[in-house]
Design a protein around this ligand. Structure first.
Ligand code: HEC
Ligand code: HEC
Length: 441
């Protein structure tokens, strides 16, 4: 090997191989760069990270949004979307959306309503990653070739071309920059160039999904993981909460908490769908979005999975039975927040602001009277000892929640247990740290 080749190899190793970026593969490093790149939006001000930050467990870090409507503003000012950003962690482990004939229910997919099925790119998280760039109320780029153009011209430590050689060999028209600053515009490309751009757009999504699958995002480093690995003890309250999460609270029925058959770490979701009877979030700014985005205005109701199934000929027969159902989110990281008093929002519409209020809802939804004001907030409902009606009354699950007969101490213990699920736990001195990433217990 001559010196030049040695040098090139060393550079390739630094750039592409698992290196400084914490053992990430080249594809994962590329995905990371794309995920954090705020220039990938119409106004150069929004990236995936704008709504999914590490310090909140990959959900949103804008407390003033979380405290009210809980949906996030897009690249274009005053444009808000309709749902709360869920965590982007532990999304890659969701199977492709499918109907399970034995269980007679839908499983898998990404998004609250499963519409990022995974049927296109083989992984729901990859299908998902193609959506926000082009969503008018999110990153709002006019079309997919613009994302490709920007990624191909970005200065990332690992480029798209390094991971997929030739991916950026696309003949761009002279006016591409102007086109990509214009909503509704389409980059002029021949069929052959368009095919290359489409392939590169798929590669971009696959790189993002690879990053989301990496130990940086799917970390499995919570106190509970340390406990499962036998490295720390849980407190008495946490242990009590752990038990209640499984039996009296029935949480484990949808948020499985035990390692898998081969010791796989628990994901705290079974990727099924349910209507918990969550009230409307009256502060959701989506209700006031212009007709071009929300034709239904204040009358909009979130039919969740059912609405998506209506768009699929083979699934329309199942639509009604799935109105109001949303995907079971992982409860890993639900308490992860940048500071003690930082407000987070929970459920698809962010109605709940506290884990305590949320557990109290599971516990007493069917016991307390309906609030006189159907648009009462969580704080108002707690103060008035009532719950507002469900946003959608069809298909509400009354078998596993609604009247759990938990005492206040028991509610608190469940909350204490959920607080052990935040990644990045710092163990007591002398404890061997857990290496982040997929493991077996
Ligand atoms: C403006 C805020 C915003 C931006 C920007 C954004 N997201 Fe999201 N993200 C959301 C919201 C809201 C949802 C839920 C939408 C729904 O279910 O309809 C979501 C859902 C997701 C999910 C699904 C999680 C699951 O378990 O189903 C993943 C993964 C994700 N986003 C990753 C990304 C990636 C990757 C990007 C960048 C390409 C991105 N997001 C950009 C707000 C945002
Ligand atoms: C029947 C299935 C089911 C059971 C039982 C269940 N959950 Fe859930 N959980 C869900 C679904 C579905 C959602 C999302 C619902 C929505 O957004 O409308 C959810 C959402 C949550 C969230 C919000 C997460 C987020 O990111 O917004 C938390 C926290 C949670 N559950 C904790 C619990 C606890 C604690 C228990 C037990 C007391 C429990 N769950 C029992 C299905 C279930």
């Amino acid at each position: 090997m001559n010196h030049r080749i040695v040098l090139v190899c060393a550079l390739l190793f630094l750039g592409i191989g698992a290196s400084r970026a914490g053992d990430l593969t080249a594809k994962q490093q590329l995905g990371s760069a794309i995920f954090f790149d705020r220039s990938l939006s119409l106004n150069g001000n929004q990236g995936c990270v704008s709504c999914h930050t590490p310090n909140t467990g990959w959900s949103g870090d804008i407390a003033k949004f979380n405290a009210h409507g809980a949906t996030y503003e897009g690249s274009v000012k005053h444009r808000f979307s309709n749902r709360k950003p869920p965590t982007a962690a532990y999304a890659t482990t969701s199977p492709v959306l499918h109907y399970d004939k034995n269980e007679e229910l839908f499983l898998g997919g990404n998004f609250w309503d499963g519409r990022a099925t995974g049927e296109k790119l083989g992984n729901p998280a990859a299908d998902q990653a193609q959506a926000p760039f082009l969503n008018h109320v999110e990153q709002a780029l006019p079309e997919s070739a613009c994302v490709v153009y920007k990624v191909c011209h970005a200065n990332y430590p690992v480029s798209l071309d390094q991971v997929w050689p030739g991916a950026c060999k696309i003949h761009w028209p002279a006016d591409v920059k102007t086109t990509c600053k214009t909503e509704g515009a389409v980059v002029t490309l021949s069929a052959a160039e368009r095919a290359k751009a489409d392939k590169a757009y798929a590669d971009i999504a696959l790189a993002i999904a690879a990053f989301e699958e990496s130990p940086v995002v799917n970390a499995f480093t919570s106190k509970y993981d340390y406990y499962l690995a036998g490295r720390v003890q849980l407190s008495r309250t946490e242990l009590h909460g752990m038990q209640l999460f499984k039996d009296k609270g029935k949480c484990d029925a949808c948020h499985p908490m035990d390692p898998g058959r081969h010791g796989e770490p628990p994901l705290f979701t079974d990727y099924s769908y349910d209507n918990l009877g969550v009230p409307r979030n009256p502060q959701n700014p989506w209700y006031n979005m212009p007709k071009q985005f929300n034709p239904a205005g204040r009358k909009w109701v979130d039919k969740g999975l059912g609405a998506y199934l209506e768009t699929r000929a083979e699934y329309t027969q199942f639509a009604r039975a799935n109105y109001g159902k949303h995907k079971v989110p992982t409860v890993r990281n639900v308490d992860k927040r940048p500071s003690h008093d930082f407000v987070k929002a929970y459920m698809h519409n962010g109605y709940f602001k506290t884990l305590k209020g949320l557990v109290h809802f599971y516990n007493t939804r069917d016991v307390k009277p309906a609030c006189k004001n159907p648009l009462a907030t969580e704080a108002e409902a707690l103060a008035q000892q009532c719950w507002p009606a469900a946003e959608i009354t069809d298909n509400v699950n009354s078998e596993e929640l609604g009247d759990l007969k938990l005492s206040e101490d028991e509610e608190d213990a469940i909350v204490a247990f959920m607080k052990t699920l935040s990644d990045g736990y710092v163990p007591p001195k002398g404890t061997t740290p857990l290496a982040p990433g997929m493991r077996r217990y």
